[in-house]
Ligand binder design. Sequence first.
Ligand SMILES: Cc1cc2nc3c(=O)[nH]c(=O)nc-3n(C[C@H](O)[C@H](O)[C@H](O)COP(=O)(O)OP(=O)(O)OC[C@H]3O[C@@H](n4cnc5c(N)ncnc54)[C@H](O)[C@@H]3O)c2cc1C
Length: 430
Amino acid sequence: MTKLTYPDYSNLCGWNALLPSRSPRPALQEDTTVDLAVVGAGFTGLAIARRFSELDPDARVAVIEATTVGEGSSARNSGFTGADVLPRNASIEMAEKARVQSAFFKEAFDWLMQIVRENGIECDLQQVGSIRGAATELGEASLRNVLEVARVNGIAHTTLSREDIHRRIGSSYYRFGIHMQDTWLLQPAALIRGLLDALPAPIEVFENTHVSRMRKGDGWILETPGGIVKAKKVALATNGFIRKFGYLKSRMATIYTYAAVTEEIAESRIHELGESATWGLLPSHRLGTTLRRIGRNRLMVRSLYAHEAELDERDAIGNLRDRFERRWAGLKDVQFEYLWAGTTAFTMNGAPWWGKLDKDLYASGGCNGSGITKGTMLGRHLAELMLDIGDHTQMATSMGTASWIAPEPFRSIGFRVVSALESRKAGREM
Ligand SMILES: Cc1cc2nc3c(=O)[nH]c(=O)nc-3n(C[C@H](O)[C@H](O)[C@H](O)COP(=O)(O)OP(=O)(O)OC[C@H]3O[C@@H](n4cnc5c(N)ncnc54)[C@H](O)[C@@H]3O)c2cc1C
């Protein structure tokens, strides 16, 4: 059996299912020749294609997507974004670095918002902020460090008591929190679908077309089931799956994480979802659980991590239900309507990998669970690098570069050991 070079999920993306259905762009059915082939139609890939085309409008650009837009990780995420960089375990030493990064994120975020506005992309975008919540003493201590960095960097925030959080989200599970005002919440499938539709016309997009092999020819030759793509330049925007082409194998790992959305909750019980009409909560520990209220009457729970493959579905459901019921014991009878996995790319030091891999071959990946603004920013810079425009040294230095990760079997063993230790530390944050 040939190994898959792309993620093939066992469940459809709930965010996509909540939207009206769409007709995918046709798959590639014959050989084609382009100036730039972008592999992957997530936030990174679409930013690369758009920016490249903006700077070189005569270039023939093709985006090749294994699945359909709305079914990749860019649609499967929790929809938190913004320009402020505030790492989960922030320390004062990291504050300066975060400030420099934020300037680059802001530029990309403003660009993204401009595309959204100018193209009328309806993706439930709301600047309602986000709650960083701590359920444990350790979690609260970690959030108090974050608070210090927010103060130093002038990031607008307020602190929340257990009662404040209870009032907002209808659960008294959290003992302490910080409300970060500049976070935006959005419907990720609607955003990525809108960004695809908003691409300048000369860019061709092939969905349901996976690149199975790549080799050097005159430029690069990409093999897909429907034909060959000959490209002068290639950008790999497949996040953790860049490794499937033999690159960055010792720089990143693919992690699957899960989300579930409840059925619609009856009007008579709406008060149990809190006073805030829209809210999102991020955990204080990296293995913790993310929560959102979606629309008027649904809740979303995102949690669990698995290395390189999906979990058994019953385990995933059982664990997500446990997280849900611990927070809203009164809603135990409410069922999940959607459950799905998505991939993120983990790197040892939390830095992405960005730049040139080989002659006329570029890549950007290693999102570490946050990619709406970051993928857009890195993709935009990558297009400029490919066209030799601008100086990207400060951006690349501030982001750092993914460090070495041990090969298998040490990697899997390491993942299991670290997960067990961190899970113990995370405790009720999960
Ligand atoms: C459950 C979950 C919650 C998250 N929450 C957030 C959040 O709230 N905020 C945030 O900013 N980030 C979040 N993330 C992370 C975010 O989704 C990623 O950082 C983002 O999707 C990365 O974008 P990308 O374009 O680099 O990669 P992807 O979105 O993974 O896009 C890569 C694309 O490449 C395609 N592909 C792969 N291999 C091939 C191939 N061989 N041929 C053709 N196509 C291929 C894939 O199908 C995919 O569509 C979350 C992720 C998950 C899974």
